[in-house]
Design a protein around this ligand. Sequence first.
Ligand code: COA
Length: 692
Amino acid sequence: MQAMVKIERHGDLAVIEVDNPPVNALSNALRQDLLAAVKAVIADGHLRGAVLACAGRSFIAGADIREFDQPPGAVITLDICAAIEGASKPFVAALHGTALGGGFELALACHARIMAPDGRVGLPESRIGMMPGAGGTQRLPRLVGAMAALEMVSSGRHVAAAEALKLGVLDEIATDLRKAALVRAGALADAGHWPVTSARDVAPVDRAAFDAALGVIRKRARGAIAPVAAGEAIGWALDLPFAEGVARERARAVELRGSPQCRALRHIFHADRRAARLPASSAQAPGVWPIKQVGVIGGGTMGSGITIALLEAGYKVTMVETDLNRAAAAEARIRAVHARHIGTGRLAPTEVEERLRRLTYSYRMERLADADLVIEAIIEEMPAKQAVFRALSPIVRRDCILASNTSRLDINQLADQVDAPERVLGLHFFSPAHVMRLLEIVRADRTSAEVLSTALSVAARLRKQPIIAGVCDGFIGNRILGRWWAQCDFMLEDGAFPEAIDQALEAYGFAMGPYAVADLAGLDIAWAGRKANAATRNPNARDVKIVDWLCEQGRFGQKTGKGWYDHTGGKRAVDPLVHGLVERASAERGTVRRQIAPEETVARVLAAMVNEGCKLLAEGIAVRPSDIDVALVHGYGYPAWRGGPMHEADGIGLDKILATVKIMQQDGPDFLPAALLEDLVATGRSLASLNT
Ligand code: COA
């Protein structure tokens, strides 16, 4: 095995180079080698200084996440930081790629930091339920101030080189990184003294403002422990001497590392990456088709959002609309979003101009003759979509991928309309499409492995989180959503009120409860869907009519001022009229209303999700349980720190989930226990065991 750390000599200076692909993660073995190398350089009387650098695509991107379930090794990063900072000669960090977590903490312990122009630094531990444990929360505020450090550790944000320089993290940005670092190490050695971060004072801060900012972080965390813990540790840097602050930081970091939240977030970290890979059964490493020119058909909310995302990713886009007014409305939408980005400083006017230059509008599908990919985003009606696919087929090249943004229709029926149906698939974006991270890639019966693989590469370029789904009504996300929202409606009839259900689920960690979401999205959409499906609805299925009654009164949600709530005062207020309708629904069903505890709300919602998830797995619609977790976390506001419903269910016990499902089966055929769930319980297996 090749050494992970080597020492190169450059006259009387050394370069300690770490080489542990792919991202130089700090494994136990690497830490031992690195400490040994640092000690060797310090002990070598011929060496006056050293550069800490990395081979490969990145500087050290943090601790090795795969070793988190093992006990910490003999050497911890804190020891290496102490050895570097207390060395009798200067150490300069030469940073490229992503210097994250423990990697950034090592850099903070060095006596100077130089970075390549495209480098990024950050302490992202809180995103995986951890916090820095090698002095990061104590050294960073000494360099950038407590307020900036608080923002960085709680958000886990990666900070680009230019901003890092401005904040005071870096000493220099250099294109010829190694050379600049060696020059700096030599200069510090010549001077005979060098800055020691831990010896600096934290700049005075308005304590009330700091505490208020921490309060906001606590509120936004919605139950997540790590961002708050990391923020509190920045406070210790204000209150305690360095050594005490570091000791407290270390103790808290060890606690978090073993916590269920850290396990859940690490599960999501791995699940995200697993979901972006083709299932093992697919052909080996299928090719990826080059995609440069994209057509978007339909410039409504979805089409416009998709276009904005495509422009951001660098694609050339042709948007096809049917008439001048619609094209003008789409253009106004797209311009408004870009104007907001200029307003917030996220984009410079020149960047917006460059993006908009890559966009053309047309009324003629013939303009898509050169497209590599066309995404249809018109009204959610099968005949209209089929007509678009039929019209496109003779216009586009045979290797142009044809995608529909449908959220529930049968992609196979669209593939039937075109030549070469193997290039047809679903690309289900979530609204707003330029903001939401989830992208459901829907594989139709004939979709080829190359086309799927190309779609995954497009998702990566769009910086979306993909999951692959099979064809069914609602695919993965919306089918699960349908089941748990139905359970919420049943709970209304059983005795709950909308605000109690929203509160229970928001306390559980959901970004928003279902009735608040419905008001935001508009009730008319659900109403139209209910009317369209009325004829095919199973007569044995339990049906709650409250949403029909609300819509009949013109209460379509926030856009009409009223829906499940009264929004007329600018806040969501409980409306006695809605309570009246809920009670009427109970009375019509002949139900004696009873108290529904928050625990029951959560248990029924979770059981509905897991049961439906098992059905999706058995039907081959979802590839792995962890893909379902990815969908719920990134597309539906499920708290990431709980790891998604399938992960959560393993923790609770599948037997308990099944017991709840068995009570719910009285709600009709949609809630019959999934055979897979029963089988897992009978054989004592977990859902995690199915994650391939
Ligand atoms: N430990 C172990 N493996 C890691 C890792 C870590 N800290 N960070 C990344 N990897 C692995 C990934 O699992 C992936 O492996 P795979 O190819 O087998 O799936 C590979 O490195 C590449 O990572 P990926 O995320 O796919 O590449 P990217 O270029 O999009 O992003 C990073 C690179 C480093 C920005 C990103 O991986 C990341 O944010 N990592 C976590 C950093 C972190 O939280 N550090 C603090 C840990 S306490």
